[in-house]
Design a protein around this ligand. Sequence first.
Ligand SMILES: [Zn+2]
Length: 381
Amino acid sequence: MSNVSAQTVALLQELVKIESVNPSLSPKGSGEKKVAEFLERFCRERNLPYEIQEVTDGRSNFLTWVPGHDPDKRVLFIAHMDTVPVDKWESDPFSGEQREGRIYGRGSCDTKASLAAMLMALSTLGERQPKTTVVVAASIDEEYRKIGARAIAQSGVSYDAAVVGECTNLELVVAHMGSLRWQIEVEGVPAHTSRPHLGVNAITGMAKIILALDEYHRTLVTRAHPLVGSPLLTVSLIEGGLELTTVPPACRIWIDRRLIPGEQPQDALQEVENILEAFRQGEHKIKVRSLLPALEDPAPNSAEASRIAAVAAAVCADVAGTGKYIGGTGGSDANQLSLAGIPCIVLGPGSTDQAHTNNEFVEVDQVAKAVEIYQKIMLSY
Ligand SMILES: [Zn+2]
């Protein structure tokens, strides 16, 4: 293993050992603060400038950079510090243990591997000055509402392009889906189940709506994006009823709607609203309403035509034999960065198959290649 690879592995292990579960996903989660403090020490030791950008309640993005020849151009490399919670692991989820060519631990793949590789690529540029100023950002809250990336997009600093580190197996993702999540509630009237005609059953009402939503989902296949496919709608949670002998007075569902590039969140909400409106009227007279605000993550515009995609494609082909433009279904910080019109590619070590799983890991070989890929993009963009 080369010196840089060994240093990257050591850095990744340090990052995994710092528990940084998103506190919005688990009340026990510590958040990103300790990771940011670690990165501060990392940059001090290497004389890299840095900035701590507070976003909310002591949760801050961390940014470091190397100035380029052209002071007006900036390229952003971004990976998130937060992780999803841990469930039933066979071993310590924060060990950062290395075995059989893999690093194990929560966040090892999603996305501390990308973060370690980006930091190592930046900090080993040495005398080679990039053309464009290279900023590496460690963001907060990607796993929940992406408020870290949103703060970067709205910070007033403009970026010409972004490389978003996520587990793509070093494949080059130039387009991916956005997400909308919200709740729908049906209101019924409680009554004794021996007198059901005196009540209105909210669960039965919701059942009709769910079937209509399923029908609507089927029609979405007629809209397809060449790289990411068709939009998706899933009724992902349901709750309702009080107890066994009462006609249910309320029923709620959660909707997860995946948007393809070009679909506007407002339009997708309106389409479901039209379905609900049909149930409010006519024979059904169901009392139903959408509970907003929804989580709103627009689908980024496809970066197929961007220079960052072209540069990355050449580098990926050279280093890893990848670089074909592909689409993805999952979200990333690109959802929020695209609101500022920044062309984004998503590229990083590790597989989505391992992200969020028990016994998450990343292949060391991919992490080493990621350092090389990121550094070559930094130097040639
Ligand atoms: Zn994730």
